[in-house]
Each structure stands twice: as C-alpha cells, then as structure tokens.
Design a binder for this molecule. Structure first.
Ligand code: MN
Length: 327
C-alpha cells in the first residue's frame, strides 16, 4: 500500500462511503477474523457504520474464542441481513474483502452481487476467479491480511487498542507459522509495533492453541509419510477419514518443523468425493506443482482440491510432477 495513487484511492473509497461491509474467506481463521475486526476498528474511528458478514456456521477453535470474546461489541451479520442494512444510495455502500481475493472463497457471494464498490485487501496470489471489479490491493510479499491492516491504520494514524493488537499479532503468527514463513523485516517491524500497542504474546499463544482431538488426528496423519529426495515429505490421510482443509494446512506447516524437510505436502479426503492437497515449502517454489494439480498458491504456500480420484493416485501424480520438475 505504498503507491501514492493507491493510498489516495483507498482514502477516497472510504471517505465517500458511510456504510461499510467487511468479509473474509469461508472457514475463517485467525488472520481473516483479526483483519476483519482490525478494519472495523479503523472505520469506526472514522465514524463509519460497519458490519462484518459471517456465514460460517462452525468455527475453528481460535476463531470461536475470538467471536465469544467480542460478542455484542461489533455488528456481525449474515448474508440474509445485508440488504436491510444497506444505504439506500448505492454509492454510499462499500464492501471490504480481506484475506482472500477469490469470488468462490468469500463468506458471502451475495455481498459481491449487492455491492459493486469494493476494496480487496489480501496477501494471496491472484487467479482466474479473482475479484476484478474494485480496488484490488493484493501483495503476496506481505505475511498476512493482519499485517496489511496495520498499514491501513498507519494511513490514518490510528493506534490499535491492546486487544486488537493481540488479534492482529495472532493473525501474523498463524500465517507465518510462528515467524518462520513469509516473514520480512516489515513483518517483524509490524509485530514490534503491535507489541508496543500492548499485544500480549501470551494471549496469542492461547488463541492459537488447538484441542487434543484434532492433535491426535494430526499425529495419525504424520505417521503415514513418504520421504522423497530433495527433502520432500508427503503425508497421506487414511482413506476413511475426513479432514478439514485448515487441518491439512496445519499439518503441512507442522511437517516443516522437522529436520531435512524442505517441502511438505499433505493429501487427505475433505468430502465424500474430494481430496484436498495442502503444500508448504521453505525455499523451492511450490506454486507450479499446485497449478498442475488444478490449485494455486504462492512460493511457500499452496493448495488444491481434486475430485473423483484416490489419494494414492494423487500421490503418484505429485511424485511424477516433482520428478519432471527436477529433470
Ligand atoms: Mn491470511
């Protein structure tokens, strides 16, 4: 958000709007929810009427804790309530999309249909299904949506409360896997500032804690691993077990903590006929592989969803692609 023109545009978009809807990606994580709340906090200071749209029915643990803590403090609505909350004058409504830029991944597609004036603030790679209409602020070099929100606050000289600082720090901690991935000097600088504003690292730890049941599911997956040349680890889910996409992602994260593992790929069933692939990499670019599988991502981080194939078939395919890449 350094470009002068972009800054001007963001300010203009916000200045000319008075009812602002905020949404993140489906299956909210701590980066999505924290960036949503961070933006809400900024806009409230600018005297805007704000709504966070959440259609998810189930939440992962950290998000559940946050939503419980903020209950009653923020206007949180579902898609069904958007129209009645909208300003009669279309131009006065603004939609801010955080932590995703893909149409199919947003909490509320209805919001996209209803509100044409939009700002997308995200750190994921653009793709075929990216939102094109509106002000698109996507920077894949930035660790997280939470980090981008800190920059937004900076434009208005707004200082976050210690609670919001803690949330944003938890978003950064999650997306960088404890400052191990996608971390630049700017990330540390942002973390430093959030700490100065009173962010509690102890509280971040509490928010990021997972429960024992999901931990033991992860352990099972971690015992079924193929190790390939070049430090590639492929973990395979049981054929009868269903996993959530974010859990596959977390297992891929965890694998990178082990010696000599440079790339981690986790393959597991996510629905009756869909297999999810989640990949992480320290050095080597993982994106080409994920694209070949029909997914996407960036250098360190990728995912794909494949229908009507067996886990074993997909693993073979991955091995073949990896071999081709090296040769
Ligand atoms: Mn994120």
């Amino acid at each position: 958000m350094k470009e002068k023109d972009e800054i001007k545009k963001v300010k203009k978009y916000i200045k000319t709007s008075d009812t602002i809807f905020i949404q993140g990606h489906k299956n909210l994580d701590l980066d999505a929810i924290s960036s949503n709340i961070g933006v809400y906090y900024i806009l409230e200071k600018l005297n805007k009427k704000c709504y966070i749209i959440i259609d998810d029915v189930e939440h992962e643990m950290g998000v559940k804790k946050v939503l419980h803590e903020i209950e009653g403090c923020y206007n949180i609505i579902t898609s069904a309530e958007i129209e009645e909350k909208m300003n009669k004058r279309a131009k006065k409504n603004l939609l801010i999309i955080l932590d995703t830029n893909k149409k199919e991944l947003v909490q509320s597609k209805k919001a996209l249909d209803l509100i044409q004036k939009r700002i997308v603030i995200d750190h994921h790679e653009l793709g075929k299904t990216s939102i094109k209409e509106g002000l698109i602020l996507v920077d894949t070099k930035v660790s997280s949506a939470s980090e981008l929100v800190v920059r937004l606050a900076d434009l208005y000289d707004i200082k976050f409360s210690s609670y919001i600082s803690t949330l944003l720090l938890s978003g950064i901690t999650l997306d960088t896997n404890n400052f191990m991935l996608n971390t630049t000097e700017e990330t540390f600088y942002t973390a430093y500032y959030l700490t100065v504003y009173g962010a509690s690292t102890k509280k971040v730890q509490y928010l990021l804690k997972q429960d024992l049941a999901s931990y033991s599911e992860e352990q099972k997956l971690l015992t079924n691993i193929d190790i390939l040349d070049g430090g590639v680890a492929i973990a395979k889910g049981a054929t009868n077990a269903l996993y959530r996409r974010q859990d596959l992602a977390r297992i891929a994260d965890t694998l990178l903590f082990f010696n000599d593992i440079e790339i981690s790929i986790v393959v597991g069933k996510i629905s009756k006929d869909e297999i999810g692939v989640s990949a992480r990499s320290i050095e080597r670019n993982i994106e080409p592989l994920m694209t070949k599988l029909g997914g996407g991502g960036n250098e360190n981080n990728g995912a794909a969803v494949i229908s009507n194939k067996k886990i074993s078939e997909i693993v073979e395919q991955i091995k073949k692609y990896l071999k081709e890449e090296v040769n």
